[in-house]
Design a protein around this ligand. Structure first.
Ligand code: C2E
Ligand code: MG
Ligand code: MG
Length: 566
């Protein structure tokens, strides 16, 4: 067990020598891997912790380790990802180990792993989760089988069960748990899981089986005596209770959970389908913005199918030139002049017709396809804007994933050079999500982009979690006030909020633009509040690239004739 694996040494031998961890002693395992998962070097403790298969192949293949599938998947994702990660690995023999993965700064191609053996689950009962004491995945099958036999027993005399006294399962998932584990460490993550478990216990009775079936996933079974109303009511109470802050090691953690509810009614053939239904409902709860419960509807299975089909078609859509950009005008509120356009992506699917970006962008983000599509959007927008008359700007939406490889500033620079567009005519729009997923990397890249003289707008401000402190930390030049505020601008409180965002923006030296302006009443109010610019159907719907020229000409004529936009 003492020899390190050097079967797949990287080409630079000098680099490998520097990174030789094979002589490291102690209770922590260390390994250095290259980008193919091959061991450059490892100490004996690591090989012991990850089992001997690693030693045999010289490669760290998560799926060849005796891991639970959820752990194998997490490890595989972490190995191919670019972030540092803290993982909790559950082995099938009931042992749990913790792994920290860090990218070596010296090279993008090498990964440093340190592993600690933390805690063994109780050998006495392999069906119990060591951390929470709840039933684990091994117990799941048994629990579901019991549910199936209960149903057969209850339905036998009548030939059918009434859906409102059908048993139900609740699949409870902690929102953004991975982020807590990654940023605060597994010890805090574990303490949080215990607290979540005890809150769940507070709301349920001992007779309702409660299992922990994944890292942050809990399953609650409600038997047939509980009616549909109870299941929904309980789910709402769980969402409510989990939205209250947790206190872990003097830190306040705000998490929240999403819940999928499925009833074991006569349309559900078996317990495996029941579990799939709860999972689909859970995905729906997350798509709708988390911190909520959703009940499975048959349409969700159809939606999931559509989503899968879109996922497959999207891979070829770029090559088949099915994407195009449309441009929505932005107007200065003081002069009434046209100042630029926001580029918005459209997908014309050959069979399904126009697919909304609200539907396909999240899919592109989940599959990672947004990286290729996003790069195309930046170049395309720059090429088109370079044909517009002087000074008109183009704003481009950029997804958090486009910051992952650290090269967004270079991609933007290349697009500017290829198109000859002056950098001050480009604006990058980012959403609040970015500032939470990877704030340090985001800040560094945004600063570089800003140094290039490209403007940076915070999109949809007010819909997420961004606070005043975030706004001042990042080099934003503009705040885009979300349309939900503009539409609500009739009531006094929302109006006050909008004014507040506008004065906050201007005190931080940022311009403000209100989105979704549809009526002249909204236009007037925003003008009175001191907002700088607007965008919305009142001015124009997004235009095809070919219609931009005409629109610009019309605006110029109107201004020359003394008639400003709107
Ligand atoms: P967004 O960036 O906030 O874009 C504004 C959305 O509001 C656009 O929807 C626009 O058509 C719509 N809108 C504009 N004025 C009005 C109005 O007066 N009333 C109403 N009801 N809606 C209005 P769209 O084009 O469907 O885009 C939706 C979202 O998809 C965008 O929101 C943006 O987050 C995302 N998106 C669009 N294109 C791209 C892209 O190229 N890359 C990325 N990453 N995301 C994109
Ligand atoms: Mg936008
Ligand atoms: Mg927006």
């Amino acid at each position: 067990m003492s020899q390190p694996q050097t079967a797949c040494l990287p080409d630079t031998a000098g680099q490998a020598n520097e990174l030789d961890v094979s002589s490291f002693g102690g209770l922590t395992g260390f390994a250095v891997l290259d980008q193919n998962g091959c061991l450059v070097s490892a100490n004996a403790r690591l090989l012991e912790l990850l089992d001997d298969r690693v030693r045999g192949s010289g490669k760290l293949d998560p799926f060849s380790l005796e891991l639970h599938s959820h752990s194998a998947k997490e490890l595989a994702d972490a190995l191919t990802g670019t972030d540092n990660a803290n993982l909790q690995l559950d082995f099938s023999n009931g042992v749990r180990r913790y792994l920290q993965l860090g990218q070596l700064r010296a090279s993008r191609r090498l990964l440093l792993i340190s592993a600690t053996h933390f805690e063994e689950s109780s050998q006495a009962d392999p069906e119990l989760d060591a951390l929470t004491g709840l039933g684990n995945r091994h117990r799941l099958q048994q629990t579901l089988s019991r549910l199936e036999s209960d149903r057969t027993r209850l339905s036998a005399p009548h030939g059918s069960t009434l859906s409102n006294d059908a048993p139900a399962i609740l699949l409870v998932d902690i929102d953004r748990f991975k982020q807590i584990n990654d940023t605060l460490g597994y010890r805090i993550g574990d303490s949080l899981l215990k607290l979540v478990c005890s809150r769940l216990r507070r709301l349920t009775t001992e007779s309702d089986p409660l299992l922990r079936i994944g890292g942050d996933e809990f399953l609650l079974v409600l038997h047939a005596s509980d009616d549909a109303h109870n299941a929904i009511d309980l789910a709402e109470r769980i969402v409510d209770l989990m939205s209250r802050p947790f206190l872990v090691e003097a830190q306040q953690l705000d998490i929240g959970v999403s819940i999928g509810i499925a009833f074991f009614d006569e349309q559900t053939p078996d317990s495996a389908t029941l579990l799939q239904h709860a999972d689909l409902a859970l995905q729906q709860a997350k798509t709708r913005g988390r911190r909520q419960a959703c009940i499975f509807q048959p349409s969700m299975a159809v939606d999931a199918q559509r989503r899968r089909a879109l996922e497959i078609d999207m891979r070829r859509a770029l090559a088949l030139q099915q994407f195009r950009l449309v441009y929505q005008p932005q107007v200065d509120l003081r002069s009434g002049r046209l100042v630029g356009f926001e580029a918005l992506l459209r997908w014309e699917h050959p069979v399904r017709g126009m697919v909304s970006p609200a539907e396909f962008i999240p899919i592109a983000e989940d599959t990672g396809e947004i990286r290729r599509i996003g790069a195309w959007v930046i170049l395309q927008a720059c090429l088109q804007a370079s044909l517009w008359p002087d000074g008109l700007k183009v704003a481009v939406n950029v997804s958090p994933l486009q910051f992952d490889d650290g090269n967004l500033p270079e991609h933007i620079d290349t697009a500017l050079q290829q198109s000859n567009l002056p950098p001050e005519q480009l604006e990058v729009e980012v959403t609040e999500g970015l500032l939470f997923q990877n704030p340090d990397a985001a800040l560094a890249q945004l600063s570089r982009i800003r140094q290039m003289n490209v403007d940076i707008a915070m999109d949809d401000f007010g819909t997420g979690y961004a606070s005043l402190s975030h706004l001042s930390r990042f080099p934003f030049t503009k705040v885009k006030i979300d349309q939900s505020f503009v539409r609500g601008a009739v009531d006094d409180r929302t109006q006050a909020l909008v004014s507040c965002i506008i004065s906050l923006g201007s005190s931080l030296g940022m311009r403000t633009l209100a989105e979704g302006v549809e009526t002249s009443e909204q236009y007037r109010r925003l003008q009175e509040s001191g907002c700088d610019a607007v965008q919305g159907y009142l001015i124009s719907r997004p235009l095809e690239a070919g219609s931009v020229g005409n629109f610009v000409e019309r605006c110029t004529r109107q201004i020359q004739g003394g008639d400003v936009a709107a």
